[in-house]
Design a protein around this ligand. Structure first.
Ligand code: NDP
Length: 441
């Protein structure tokens, strides 16, 4: 398909430089906005925002406190220990080595898969700490609650530095050939435009690595996801310390999201065929998305519930759990089906043979819609928002944003598949006309 190893990017995604500047400025502002609407001093109710209260918080916490917000020693220490502690565990924990998808030079990268081992250690450490402290009052979790905004700012600054680091490294030829058939780094098809800002934003190198340690896979599955889990837990602890008990809505959000988080951490192999790993470069967008956006916006529901003390009825709880189970079933079994099919393990399912050598599945989950897995993910998102009730649309931010993300992702993937599969993709679209939700869209 490509005659050169690293062709120049012709079409810039996300509306090019203009779009990338807007996103770089807008997304951190959204993280801040969500904090301003949901914090110790003010929690949004209904649809109108109390701008007087927000102004007070801006004055107290941002303007008067800007120095310690931008450079908070304790938060930096915490964040560096957190990030590099996980790096250390990632490197030393045993696991199995597997190969990723074939790269443009015909090689395949090796990945150490040790999510199970890391999860066991991580959960054991938390349980051990709980026994040691003897009460649900861990100082580490209190630190997260007390320094929420500074930590979000620190992780944002860290993601800027990390993306500058990988951008600079992308220009240095590989010394250790590391299983690759070339010493030229493989760049992302979308990240080699030559525009410094755009390439830094979208990610220039496809799989930035230090020796065999893969920065992109690590950031996707470890520091952000597990910090989200800890932030949720810190909200639970905060409520317990304040009320002496925890509400069932907050417990439910914690459980549902913890299930998803550990499912992600444990499903490393599945992640290797995801668009983020196979196609996207690693730049500011993914670094910020993984390290700041994901933990600090995805914990909004649990944050809100830690302030609101809202109880669910049994019927409501059962309904929410059912939506999560159905969503997870669709999400998990469709992703699994595609993965098994790609490995040649489901030869009986109907498919279209393409010239590229790959086959496009047209039966089973993938005969229902082109991205049935996204539909499952949207149902899961809904089940996380519903426990917050219907007091404010703010707690539905996640499902709205996530649906937009998946709609955009679908168009990006369609562009990729049109180029890769040509007339076969057209035939696939004719046979499977719905994009995400069967019989609707
Ligand atoms: P998909 O898993 O849908 O993968 C798309 C790729 O699969 C295509 O590029 C094509 O690749 C292949 N493919 C598409 N249709 C077929 C078919 N009919 N038969 C065989 N192969 C096909 O997309 P993503 O990587 O975007 O998403 C993976 C999962 O991650 C999803 O479940 C998504 O919901 C989830 N996700 C979650 C996020 C979160 O924040 N929680 C964020 C983003 C994604 P090829 O070139 O190999 O043929």
């Amino acid at each position: 398909m490509y005659t050169q190893l690293n062709p120049k990017t012709k079409e810039k995604d996300f509306f090019g430089v203009f779009g990338s500047v807007i996103i770089t400025l807008l997304l951190p502002t959204v993280v801040l906005f969500l904090y301003l609407c949901c914090n110790e001093t003010y929690v949004i109710d209904g649809i109108s925002i109390d701008f007087n209260k927000i102004n007070e918080i801006v004055q107290d916490e941002l303007i008067d406190n800007w120095k310690s917000l931008l450079l908070n020693f304790d938060c930096w220490l915490f964040y560096l220990c957190w990030f590099f502690g996980l790096v250390l565990f990632d490197l030393i924990m045993p696991g199995k080595t597997i190969h990723g998808v074939e790269l443009r030079d015909g090689s395949k990268l090796e990945y150490l898969i040790n999510g199970w081992q890391l999860s066991l250690l991580f959960v054991s450490l938390i349980i051990g700490r709980l026994f040691y402290v003897g009460d649900f009052n861990l100082p580490e979790l209190r630190f997260l609650t007390d320094n929420y905004l500074s930590l979000a700012v620190t992780s944002f600054e860290f993601s800027i530095l990390l993306s500058i680091f990988v951008y600079i490294c992308s220009f240095i030829p590989l010394r250790d050939v590391n299983g690759l058939k070339t010493n030229e780094r493989i760049l992302a098809i979308g990240g080699n435009s030559g525009n410094l800002f755009f390439d830094w934003f979208i990610g220039r190198e496809l799989n930035p690595r230090i020796k065999s340690w893969d920065i992109k896979l690590f950031c996707e599955l470890r520091p952000g996801l597990l910090l989200w889990f800890l932030l949720n837990l810190s909200n639970l602890q905060k409520q317990y310390l304040e009320l002496g008990y925890v509400t069932n809505s907050l417990v439910l959000v914690n459980l549902l999201q913890a299930f998803y988080i550990f499912d992600g951490v444990l499903n490393e192999e599945g992640c290797l065929t995801m668009m983020d790993i196979t196609t996207d470069g690693f730049g500011f967008m993914l670094a910020f998305g993984d390290l700041t956006w994901l933990p600090f916006t995805y914990c909004l529901q649990s944050r809100y519930l830690s302030f609101k003390n809202y109880e669910l009825s049994l019927i409501q709880s059962c309904l929410i759990v059912s939506i999560m189970i159905i969503g997870y079933y669709i999400f998990n079994s469709s992703n699994k089906q595609k993965s098994l099919f790609k490995k040649g393990k489901l030869p009986n399912l109907k498919s279209i043979q393409t010239e590229s050598g790959s086959k496009l599945l047209i039966e089973g989950w993938w005969g229902l819609s082109q991205h049935i897995n996204y539909f499952g993910d949207i149902l899961i998102a809904l089940s996380w928002c519903l426990p917050t009730g219907f007091n404010t649309p703010l707690t539905y931010f996640y499902i709205i944003y996530f649906t937009c993300l998946l709609l955009h992702r679908q168009t990006r993937d369609e562009d990729k598949c049109k180029k890769k599969y040509g007339k076969y993709w057209k035939e696939y679209q004719r046979l499977v006309p719905y994009k995400i939700v069967p019989y609707i869209y």
